[in-house]
Write a protein that binds this ligand. Structure first.
Ligand SMILES: Cc1cc2nc3c(=O)[nH]c(=O)nc-3n(C[C@H](O)[C@H](O)[C@H](O)COP(=O)(O)O)c2cc1C
Length: 324
């Protein structure tokens, strides 16, 4: 399947694996890229630029296909060495960066001077237009359904994607809630040039996470995610668990007075315990509503290849009959 996104990134299928904290290691990115999609290493999961350089080198040993790195500019608990991370990316001659969170404007000259293509992930049309204006090559339009940070506008993809199509000139992918072939076709129909998936890629054979995490996704329904940190204007969609219940009780009792420190134990530094050790109640972890559509744990090759093949079948058979 050829789209503006496959052309832009030199990939076979218009399917991207979004950066995921403590999931987007070399194994994950290489498996997605080897499947013909675009695998992305999560920059900030690596404690230092040197560690990121090592992770990129490891990934390049596992695939000769294009790979990218995610740089998340969130209101973080620390102040990462972003220029150092970019230098590591440039030193390894990677040509694709997914940015997210705050605008990448400050770092665009550094990225562009190195010939890097930038896809910025954002949750609104206005932020997408800003990304286009500052020279991003593409946008990942992240709807309210998404796992992670859906922003504060709460616009689902059925509205957000066609709105983005009305306004944008650069290509964009549909992100948030994507997990099967029907949705890929729908995303294309709504004006996107491909899809970005997070949650769905965690439930794959190659995802370097504990089996408990994969099993939790298969067991979860679309009703099992919830939002936290809204009072802090840092809303995150997570899978419901004991830690999330504690957070929400504090949010209720403290109201507008809540500070990040009040919930630090449940949100900071918890990912290794969940993703590596499989302690599913250790804290809050990002998860999308697409959990309701996850019923199996395929290889990335079967997932991506299967989705694209089925999407092509849907377009050729089911959809063409309506145009007759
Ligand atoms: C466990 C997990 C961790 C994530 N970590 C990050 C991250 O560090 N940076 C980022 O830009 N997006 C992160 N995301 C968001 C994904 O890249 C992607 O945009 C999102 O998952 C898309 O929605 P979906 O889960 O419905 O597919 C994360 C998502 C999940 C599920």
């Amino acid at each position: 399947m050829k789209t503006r996104i496959t052309e832009l990134f030199g990939i076979e299928h218009p399917v991207i694996q979004g950066g995921m904290h403590h999931v987007g290691f070399a194994e994950m990115a290489a498996a997605v890229s080897n499947a013909g999609g675009l695998g992305i290493i999560t920059g900030l999961t690596q404690p230092s630029p040197k560690d990121l350089a090592n992770e990129i080198a490891k990934c390049k040993d596992m695939t000769d296909k294009p790979i990218g790195v995610n740089l998340t500019f969130l209101p973080g608990f620390a102040d990462p060495d972003y220029p150092g991370y970019i230098e590591a990316i440039v030193a390894h001659d990677l040509k694709i960066v997914e940015t997210a969170g705050r605008s990448p404007e400050q770092y665009m000259p550094m990225l562009k001077d190195a010939g890097i293509k930038v896809i910025h992930k954002c949750t609104s049309v206005r932020h997408s237009l800003k990304a286009e204006k500052i020279g991003c090559d593409a946008v990942s339009v992240d709807g309210f359904e998404c796992g992670g940070h859906p922003g504060e506008d709460d616009i689902p993809n059925m509205i957000l994607l066609p709105r983005a199509a009305e306004e944008l000139s650069i290509p964009f992918v549909a992100s948030g809630g994507m997990g099967n072939a029907q949705q890929l076709v729908a995303a294309l129909a709504l004006g996107a040039d491909g899809i970005n998936m997070g949650t769905r890629f965690i439930a794959t054979k190659e995802a370097p996470v504990h089996q408990n995490v994969k099993d939790a996704l298969v067991a979860a329904s679309e009703l099992d995610t919830t939002l936290i940190m809204r009072p802090l204007r840092n809303t995150e969609r997570v899978l419901k668990n004991d830690a999330v219940t504690r957070i929400q009780e504090k949010e209720k009792s403290l109201g507008a007075d809540i500070k990040i420190n009040d919930i630090m134990d449940e949100v900071a530094g918890v990912y290794p315990k969940i993703m590596s050790e499989g302690d599913m109640d250790a804290g809050a972890w990002s998860c999308g509503m697409v959990a309701g559509l996850i019923h199996d744990i395929p290889s990335c090759n079967d997932l991506v290849g299967g989705m694209v093949k089925e999407a092509e079948d849907i377009i050729r058979s089911r959809l063409s009959q309506f145009a007759a």
